[in-house]
Design a protein around this ligand. Structure first.
Ligand code: FDM
Ligand code: MG
Length: 215
């Protein structure tokens, strides 16, 4: 790379079942990396604020229904709408941390809705690929014991069991890092932070190009 060129930022994704603790962990990591002087941009999917997000929010609250394939495309479109933003941030040296991404799309649409997995993957094919995925691994039973699920769509033990097994489709991928989500919050945060810093520095040092799903 040319002398003085900005090393790119890493793209880090958190995945896991509802109540796995992934939202807290993604916030913790964003705060720790900021403390260490990194530029960080925290995002989440679904992004419930935008025009698509409002439809998704109403869908999750069961105020409106869509066919299974339409809802899958809504969640996917929400990600497509954010690609320029993610790309611009990463290329300017900012580390992007996302709470959920396309892996949720595949795990929930195939697991909870019963759609064919390859069909689900197609909608997200070509999205910017994360450099690493932290999968906060908590069994559906353990997640359910935590505070019980809420009243949103998919927040049921039997559905979470199917989502959990769909997530396992990704478990052998090189970018997939399963983290034991039953440990205490501070040890998980410490483990994640060490691994994330390794990813941030190796991405910066190797000047690895941004790749796309599902390479
Ligand atoms: N969800 C999330 C999907 O079904 N598909 C997707 O592509 C994404 C990103 O939306 F039940 C589901 C997962 C969860 C719900 O997520 C909202 P949060 O993280 O609980 O807000
Ligand atoms: Mg939820």
């Amino acid at each position: 790379s040319c002398v003085g060129a900005m090393p790119r930022g890493a793209f880090i994704v958190f995945e896991g079942l509802d109540r796995s603790g992934k939202s807290s962990q993604s916030q913790r990591l964003a705060a720790s990396l900021k403390d260490k002087g990194h530029d960080v941009k925290a995002i989440r999917f679904p992004n419930r604020e935008g025009p698509l997000g409002q439809l998704i929010d109403a869908f999750l609250r069961k105020d409106i229904d869509f066919t299974k394939r339409t809802c899958h495309h809504l969640f996917s479109s929400d990600r497509w709408e954010k690609q320029c933003e993610i790309q611009a941030a990463v290329l300017s040296g900012t580390t992007v941390i996302s709470d959920r991404y396309a892996f949720s799309g595949v795990a929930y649409s195939s697991g909870a809705e019963g759609l064919p997995l390859e069909w689900c993957k197609n909608a997200d094919s070509g999205l910017i690929a994360p450099d690493t995925v932290f999968y906060i691994d908590v069994s559906p039973e353990e997640a359910n014991r935590r505070k019980g699920y809420g009243a949103e769509r998919y927040e049921k033990l039997e559905i979470q069991r199917r989502v959990y097994s769909s997530y396992m489709h990704f478990s052998t991928q090189p970018y997939w890092h399963a983290i034991d989500g039953t440990k205490d919050i501070d040890s998980i945060a410490a483990e994640v932070c060490v691994k994330a810093e390794q990813v941030v520095s190796s991405v910066a040092a190797s000047d690895a190009p941004v790749t796309t799903l599902w390479d």
